[in-house]
Write a protein that binds this ligand. Structure first.
Ligand code: DCP
Ligand code: MG
Length: 460
């Protein structure tokens, strides 16, 4: 079973990850496997290991922008807005990352860290379109595909060896097909669990393939920083540092009971993850079993804080339209509508309301969110950010609208026309009257619940 790579390649970050030299060239696919077969203790190899691929597109929003403007290639590029605007970086190119620029950093900080960067506005419709192409390529490889976010997916490749060959060969094929069909680079991690696949794709970046040979999971994870484990954020990291734990190996050496005592269920999950298991409810389902987003939200940060009621309510209308549109695209009806309100001093509140019947209509979403806003906003207080989120889905067939039949159908027809116009002429081409003043660039946050690296939606 173990695959021995041919030659060690010095470019690789770690000696024990072996990359195949014949395909390592600048810009070309880096490929390899982690296999410590030469080491002393025989690893424990499960009788029927699963083969999971984690595919993650490289610098996704940036790479899509490069397709539209090839002059951006190889440069420090920041997607998400202009250098003097409020708001945050959506994506940074690898050259920009060398200066410390990353997603979620304020645009103005990014401009200070990397003044030579080119700042580009985001185009969500382009990313959605490319994401659909990515999904198509993936489904041509395995029927069990689970999109975990707009640019990443898990594939269960167990039992596909006769069709696609052994894991590395299959991954090369997939990598090439992805490039041919989308003109985009991706990185692929291969492991016996989703967790291992996810961690290894991150290690393979950019433009790489890395296979963790079954039985090598713990040894592969041991030297990595605890932050490499999906779900370990800054707060957990600092708790662990206080206990003297900085590497995954330190964590794996701790008694499970000790971790459970300190961190409860979370500690138990952490112990499992440190061994490379899909522990802790993040990965309970089979790949492809629950692929749907658990919430759809849109938010807007003002360039200048505002306390102007009509401007604020127009923004809520615009955001409601965006959320409604995504619901209709996904054929979902949402029962819970949530408002997010961030004041000038960054105090943030979220308030949710559950509807008696689920909806996907802009007007109904807006009505709820405006009620929440009017109840909770302190008039005169400057607002920095507003957000609208829809969650708690029901399938189309089960829904009963708040609006009675005929009126609801008329709304649906009107919204379908509006959606088609937006497809053709851009997101801000059509808006209900109240939303017109709220025109702004779109930012999309879709939060599939229980996914690695994507926090569950919780009130702030
Ligand atoms: N994204 C965003 N806001 C964030 C994080 C990400 O809008 N806080 C968007 C932009 C990214 C895309 O999602 O391009 C995918 O996120 P990734 O974490 O996969 O990052 P990239 O694809 O940009 O880079 P990498 O090569 O590290 O995967
Ligand atoms: Mg990515």
């Amino acid at each position: 079973m173990p695959v021995h790579a041919r030659t060690k390649v010095p470019r690789c970050a770690r000696d024990d990850i072996v990359f195949e030299s014949n395909i390592v060239q600048r810009g070309a696919l880096r490929s390899g496997c982690y296999n410590s077969a030469s080491m002393s203790a025989a690893p424990h190899v499960p009788a029927f290991p699963r083969t999971i691929f984690h595919v993650d597109m490289d610098a996704f929003f940036v790479s899509v922008e490069e397709l539209y403007d090839p002059s951006l290639k190889g440069k420090a590029v920041v997607v998400g807005g202009q250098r003097d605007e409020r708001g945050v970086v959506s994506a940074a190119s690898y050259p920009a990352r060398k200066f410390g620029v990353h997603s979620a950093l304020p645009l103005r900080t990014a401009a200070k860290l990397c003044p030579q960067a080119i700042f580009v506005d985001g185009h969500p419709e382009r990313y959605r379109e490319c994401s659909e192409k990515v999904f198509k390529v993936l489904t041509s490889f395995s029927p069990q595909v689970e999109m975990a976010s707009i640019d990443e997916a898990y594939l269960d490749m167990t039992g596909t060896a006769r069709l696609h060959g052994p894991p590395l060969k299959a991954a090369h094929k997939l990598h090439q097909r992805m490039k041919d069909e989308t003109q985009l680079n991706c990185s692929i991690g291969i492991g016996s669990s989703r967790l291992i696949a996810k961690v290894s794709s991150a290690q393979a970046k950019p433009n790489g393939v890395l296979w963790i040979v079954p039985g090598e999971e713990s040894r592969f994870l041991a030297p990595l920083d605890v932050r490499a484990i999906p779900g370990v954020g800054k707060v957990m990291e600092s708790h662990l540092h206080q206990l003297g734990i900085s590497r995954v190996g330190d964590l794996a050496r701790l008694e499970e009971s000790e971790l459970e005592e300190r961190f409860g269920k979370w500690g138990l999950a952490l112990a499992g993850k440190a061994r490379g298991e899909d522990a802790g409810g993040w990965f309970d389902a089979e790949v492809g079993a629950d692929t749907d987003a658990k919430s759809i939200s849109h938010e807007h940060t003002y360039n200048e804080d505002t306390a102007d009621t009509s401007q604020l309510e127009s923004t809520l209308m615009r955001l409601s339209e965006m959320v409604g549109r995504r619901l209709r695209e996904a054929k979902f009806h949402a029962r819970t509508i949530q408002l997010k309100l961030r004041y000038k001093d960054f105090t943030t509140i979220t308030r949710a309301h559950t509807l008696p019947a689920p909806t996907q209509l802009d007007g109904e979403i807006f009505e709820q969110v405006r009620t929440l806003f009017r109840k909770n906003w302190k008039p005169g207080r400057q607002v920095r950010l507003l957000g609208v989120q829809a969650s708690s889905w029901e399938k189309q067939a089960e829904q009963i609208s708040l609006l009675e039949g005929g009126k609801q159908q008329r709304w649906k027809d009107a919204l379908a026309v509006a959606d088609r116009l937006r497809d053709k002429f851009g997101e801000s081409s059509v808006s209900l009257a109240a939303g017109l003043r709220g025109g702004f660039r779109e930012r999309t946050h879709e939060n599939p619940a229980g996914l690695p690296g994507k926090g569950k939606t919780k009130p702030e």
